[in-house]
Design a protein around this ligand. Structure first.
Ligand code: UDX
Length: 439
């Protein structure tokens, strides 16, 4: 099939490269000239494991193209994906749909023959109807159908999530469009991926409901972690104990500093806005949003307490800045709440992250950035682990002990064994685990 993807951000680029790898011919379109030039030189603007090789292979095999010229790409395509950003609108938290609507208008003027316009961007319920109305108004003769096909890609694992998904959701109410979507995803039939065809509005809501549910799950275990600290229980064992119940499931029960990233904060907020607009509030998600943002701030207090209630004049080594491992994404990362709160109290922060430092420098220009974890740790009063990158999971703790001038380690991802760390002489603090319990 011939596919056009509008927007070469994270979702557009991963989806375009993966559809090309399925054997479809894909043209990715973006207005950003320098981005397209970079892509045509083989430079990938984001860090996503495996994406550079996948793009390179499909470009070489002439199935994947990048252009700023929407005209031919859209005219030739049987399916045009809208994969532009839907950031939170400043002021009210609603998803900002201006880029989606602009894409719809442009597609309307350029489409040729029956075309399925597919919303991949995360959009509030009813956006498909709006996109359909815009296209109809702009080009009353157009032969088209609008579908919803939300993405469930995790940053850092996006290619696997696309190629081996738990499910594909397609909201479509037109038989011809359904056949096109079926054909596009046919390569996944081999692994028996469930493909769920629904009404368009249902599909739009599935995306928000999935992300909100995961945010609830994380926030639930985070609050249980706080209770574990108060009563002397171990949250990892509680998570395992409840997660083995198939109705609950083991995934997304890792307590930590609070969720961040490009999706959960924005999508939970947009869901509650929609829910309120329709007079059907989702109070559990309202609470989760509030609890999660308070939690990120509270992590600084936890660190300050671990450092003896005063960090003024102290040096703190921070490992991990991105909102999670395997990404350079700093959007809503807990580090952005934690680090400024520490420096405000007079601490000097020396940070290291394998990929996110260039992003972080823009957002937190006043701290020191180090070339290696050891440069950050050497001589510091305490060590804080905020993101669980693989390379921080088996640090040489003898060397850490000898390098730090103090002995405080705050592990916000529960990577290390509390008993072992205490035996080694660290004043070790983690999340929801008793001080002397077995981790
Ligand atoms: C998420 C969804 O997983 C994906 O399906 C959706 O399409 C986009 O949003 P992503 O934001 O890339 O993906 O990351 P994810 O792995 O889901 O983690 C989100 C946040 O939750 C991170 O800050 C992570 O550290 C946190 N998290 C996740 C926890 O604190 N504990 C967990 O058990 C899992």
């Amino acid at each position: 099939m011939r596919v056009a993807v509008i927007g070469t951000g994270y979702v557009g680029l991963v989806s375009g490269a993966c559809f090309a790898d399925f054997g479809h011919t894909v043209t990715c379109v973006d207005k950003d000239v320098s981005k397209i030039e970079r892509l045509n030189r083989g430079e990938i603007p984001i860090f996503e494991p495996g994406l550079d090789a996948l793009v390179d292979k499909n470009v070489k095999q002439e199935r994947l193209f990048f252009t700023t010229e929407a005209k031919d790409a859209i005219a030739d395509a049987e399916a045009v994906f809208i994969a532009v950003g839907t950031p939170s609108r400043r002021g009210d938290g609603h998803a900002d749909l201006q880029y989606v609507y602009a894409a719809a208008e442009e597609i309307a003027t350029l489409m040729n023959g029956f075309t399925v316009v597919v919303n991949k961007s995360t959009v509030p319920v009813g956006t498909g109807d709006e996109v359909e109305a815009i296209i109809r108004k702009t080009n009353p003769d157009a032969d088209f159908a609008v579908a919803s096909n939300p993405e469930f890609l995790r940053e850092g694992a996006a290619i696997k999530d696309f190629m081996i998904p738990d499910r594909v959701v397609v909201g479509v109410e037109d038989e011809r469009a359904k056949a096109v979507m079926d054909e596009l995803y046919r390569p996944l039939f081999l692994n028996e991926t469930p493909i769920l065809f629904t009404q368009r509005r249902t599909s739009e809501l599935i995306k928000y409901a999935a992300n909100a549910f995961l945010a609830v799950k994380i926030t639930f275990i985070n609050e249980i972690a706080d209770l574990c600290e108060s009563v002397g229980a171990n949250v990892q064992e509680v998570a395992r104990g409840i997660g083995l119940d198939g109705r609950i499931g083991r995934k997304f029960l890792n307590a930590g500093p609070g969720y961040g990233g490009s999706c959960f904060p924005k999508d939970t907020l947009a869901l509650t806005k929609t829910a309120n607009d329709y007079g059907s509030p989702i109070r559990i998600v309202d609470t989760v949003i509030e609890v999660n943002s308070a939690r990120k701030k509270a992590m600084a207090d936890k660190i300050i307490a671990a450092m003896g209630a005063d960090v003024s004049g102290k040096t703190i080594a921070v490992l991990g800045l991105a909102f999670k491992p395997n990404t350079d994404d700093m959007r809503d990362a807990p580090s952005l709440d934690i680090i400024p709160a520490l420096t405000e109290k007079g601490a000097s922060v020396r940070a290291y992250d394998p990929e996110a430092m260039h992003e972080a420098k823009e957002l937190m220009p006043d701290i020191s950035y180090c070339g290696t974890p050891w440069d950050a740790i050497e001589g510091a009063d305490g060590l804080v682990i905020i993101t669980e990158w693989h390379q921080f999971r088996a640090l040489d703790m003898e060397r850490v002990k000898n390098s730090l001038s103090g002995n405080v380690v705050v592990d916000l991802r529960n990577i290390y064994d509390a008993e072992d760390m205490e035996k080694r002489g660290f004043a070790y603090t983690s999340i929801g685990r008793p001080k002397t319990g077995k981790a």
